[in-house]
Design a protein around this ligand. Structure first.
Ligand code: ZN
Length: 449
């Protein structure tokens, strides 16, 4: 193996391990935002709260946060002029399918047992949540002397399991199993030692406050199965929440390690993609449009400048894609099915649930060709509806040239998903090439860099 190949493999393994760490730090969307903020702070970015005045100049690096769960960060190139500039953006989402605790979170009985009262957040594969150690993470609001205060909490212990029903009581289970979420998916947390108030007691102990001080919670189930790189040649990575923390990590790494003097580079990580994005901090909200307008204003530019900037800007919407499944290859399109470790996937759908079109595909694919970075293509099998993601939703608030991409993965929306270990570095290389390209876009007619 050539020395550069060995270096490349080590760098790739480092990025895969970095992703595993990032996922461990991000058990809920609130923790995802915190993990992103920690990396932005370390890279010298300045936090600008939405509720304060924003001042900035070319060369500045800043970020803002909405609801503690969505982040927008930007870097203004040294040579950016307010009269003539553009944005190059990459966006991912920081939430994943899971179960959310209800306001009264315990179910008492039978026989002294206590179970958690949960409802689905997003569209998970239910059966993957059985028989594995679970915990709780999210944010709680704590009473203070004169008000309330938000606190992040992640219980660093195995506190719950959703036990299967024995095969002796469900002989047909292997012929098809449709668990009822109200009956079958209630996590067990106590055999009798605890009852009502068990959740607040656990949370209060973790935070060092009184149980009575906890007045509201956004708490979610967390799989405690650790992420890992595996396979005969370490080609795979498996972890909870790969969709979409793999893209969030890759886009963030590409963003903080790239440079472009001529544009405003933007990284966004949205909450609530898994439940439709229509929240105050989701991709359908005003978060991105507000941030871009305020950046424009802080540079001393007017509304006309912003409209012109947006017309020559481009968004890469990053959300994981389906790899062809080795056990079910027929479920993928014959010619547009990506493979594990084959590079960043450009996703396209005629129904426009992916925002890719010929123009945006041509710009990104050609930039990646020039950078000698691999990429591949996904389209749904023609008799399947497929999914959607944040790009087309975001475009209803901020209309931009946009292309949908992701990393090829298996078992999407399982509680333990699988992707290519080398695709972490592949995605970072691809998105870095995009951020570094000085795009000059002329309507949908032409682009150079
Ligand atoms: Zn996703």
């Amino acid at each position: 193996m050539a020395p550069e190949d060995i270096d490349g493999r080590e760098a790739s393994a480092d990025e895969a391990r970095g992703l595993v760490s990032f996922i461990e730090e991000s058990p809920s969307m609130f923790h995802t935002a915190a993990a992103i903020r920690a990396r932005l702070d370390a890279a010298g970015f300045t936090y600008l709260p939405e509720g304060e005045a924003w001042h900035m100049a070319p060369g500045d690096r800043c970020y803002t946060v909405r609801n503690g769960s969505s982040v927008v960060a930007w870097r203004i190139g040294d040579k950016v002029e307010s009269a003539h500039y553009h944005f190059q953006l990459a966006a991912a989402h920081g939430d994943s399918p899971t179960f959310k605790l209800k306001a009264n979170p315990e179910l008492e009985g039978p026989d002294g047992c206590t179970r958690l009262n949960v409802e689905a957040y997003g569209g998970m594969i239910d059966y993957t949540w059985f028989d594995r150690p679970l915990s709780l993470a999210g944010r709680v609001m704590v009473r203070t002397q004169r008000g309330v205060e938000s606190r992040l909490v992640s219980l660093d212990e195995d506190v719950a399991i959703i036990p299967s029903l024995a095969i002796h009581m469900n002989r047909e289970v292997n012929k098809g199993f449709a668990p009822n979420r109200a009956h079958d998916l209630c996590p067990l947390i106590s055999a009798g030692a605890r009852g009502r108030g068990a959740v607040d007691a656990l949370v209060a102990a973790a935070l060092g406050v009184d149980s009575d001080a906890i007045v509201a919670r956004d708490l979610f189930l967390v799989s405690r199965v650790p992420g890992r790189v595996w396979g005969a040649d370490d080609e795979f990575i498996s972890a909870p929440r790969l969709d979409d923390l793999m893209c969030a990590y890759a886009a963030l790494r590409a963003f903080v390690t790239s440079s472009n003097e001529h544009d405003i580079s933007v990284f966004a990580c949205f909450d609530n993609e898994e439940v439709g994005s229509e929240t105050k901090q989701g991709a359908a909200s005003t978060l991105l449009s507000d941030a871009l307008a305020r950046i424009n204003g802080a540079l001393g530019a007017g509304a006309e400048n912003l409209r012109r900037a947006l017309a020559s800007s481009m968004l890469v919407s990053c959300d994981n894609a389906h790899a062809r499944h080795p056990n079910r290859p027929e479920m993928a399109d014959g010619e547009n099915a990506p493979r594990i470790n084959g590079g960043l996937v450009i996703k396209e759908a005629a129904n426009q649930h992916y925002c890719t079109d010929a123009f945006s595909r041509a710009v990104l694919a050609s930039v990646l060709d020039d950078a000698r970075v691999p990429y591949q293509t996904f389209a749904n099998r023609s008799d399947m509806a497929g999914g959607s993601t944040l790009g087309n939703i975001s475009n209803t608030q901020v209309s931009l040239h946009a292309v949908d991409v992701g990393c090829a993965q298996l078992a999407m929306h399982s509680s333990f998903e699988t992707a290519g270990a080398h695709d972490v570095a592949n995605a970072i290389d691809a998105l870095r090439a995009f951020f570094c390209a000085d795009l000059k876009i002329r309507e949908a007619d032409a682009a150079t860099w």
